[in-house]
Design a protein around this ligand. Structure first.
Ligand SMILES: Cc1cc2nc3c(=O)[nH]c(=O)nc-3n(C[C@H](O)[C@H](O)[C@H](O)COP(=O)(O)OP(=O)(O)OC[C@H]3O[C@@H](n4cnc5c(N)ncnc54)[C@H](O)[C@@H]3O)c2cc1C
Length: 168
């Protein structure tokens, strides 16, 4: 791999949700070392269900994690949209084989904790990724060659780049 700014420093990621873990794993698969800094005391996903469209499955296929995510997901046969007041059917869309034939990937629903767990397990089994909890990113400063992240406990962490995956 060619030497770039930041030398052998890791890429820093702020946030260990679905986005941060997916970014960490994708970078590690390309040979980059990653330090992922999560503010909470544990890696966990809050919330309930999440829809997974064909674009997600294309990305998961590239990461080699499609089968693991599908194992806990449900592929509904169809989707109906109804009037919120009357319940009258407005439109419906088949989501099974017909949908797959059109988009080349499925539409599925899963629990957020399940897809988060797939990414977490993948990251934990990749030795280029360091997962750190209780590490809240408070600030950062950039130089020509690297970036320094200031944690809220005052510690500085150096990296070749910082990716913000801290949610909305
Ligand atoms: C109501 C709702 C429904 C949605 N439904 C869908 C859907 O069906 N399908 C779909 O694809 N998308 C959906 N989305 C969008 C998708 O859920 C989000 O884009 C996705 O979950 C965001 O993941 P994330 O990892 O980027 O952020 P988050 O899940 O918010 O994770 C951010 C992480 O960063 C950590 N963090 C925050 N600040 C710091 C800091 N300073 N230092 C260190 N760590 C920090 C947090 O503790 C957290 O762990 C929905 C969004 C909403 C709001």
């Amino acid at each position: 791999m060619p030497k770039v700014n930041g030398g052998d420093l890791p890429i820093l990621i702020a946030g260990g949700g679905i986005g941060g873990l997916a970014a960490a794993y994708a970078l590690a698969r390309k040979g980059f070392s990653v330090r992922l800094l999560e503010q909470s005391d544990a890696f966990r996903e809050v919330g309930a269900g999440i829809q997974l469209g064909p674009n997600i499955f294309r990305a998961l296929e590239k990461l080699g994690l499609k089968d693991e995510v599908l194992a806990d997901a449900h592929i509904p046969p169809g989707q109906e949209m109804r009037d919120a007041l009357t319940g009258e059917l407005i439109t419906e869309m088949p989501l099974g084989a017909e949908y797959f034939a059109k988009f080349g990937q499925p539409y599925a629903v899963t629990h957020r904790a399940d897809i988060h767990a797939v990414y977490l397990k993948a990251c934990q089994s990749n030795n280029l990724i360091t997962l750190e909890t209780k590490r809240r990113v408070a600030d950062f400063t950039e130089s020509r060659d690297d970036i320094t992240v200031r944690l809220d406990d005052g510690e500085d962490v150096q990296g070749r780049a910082l990716i913000g995956c801290d949610g909305m």
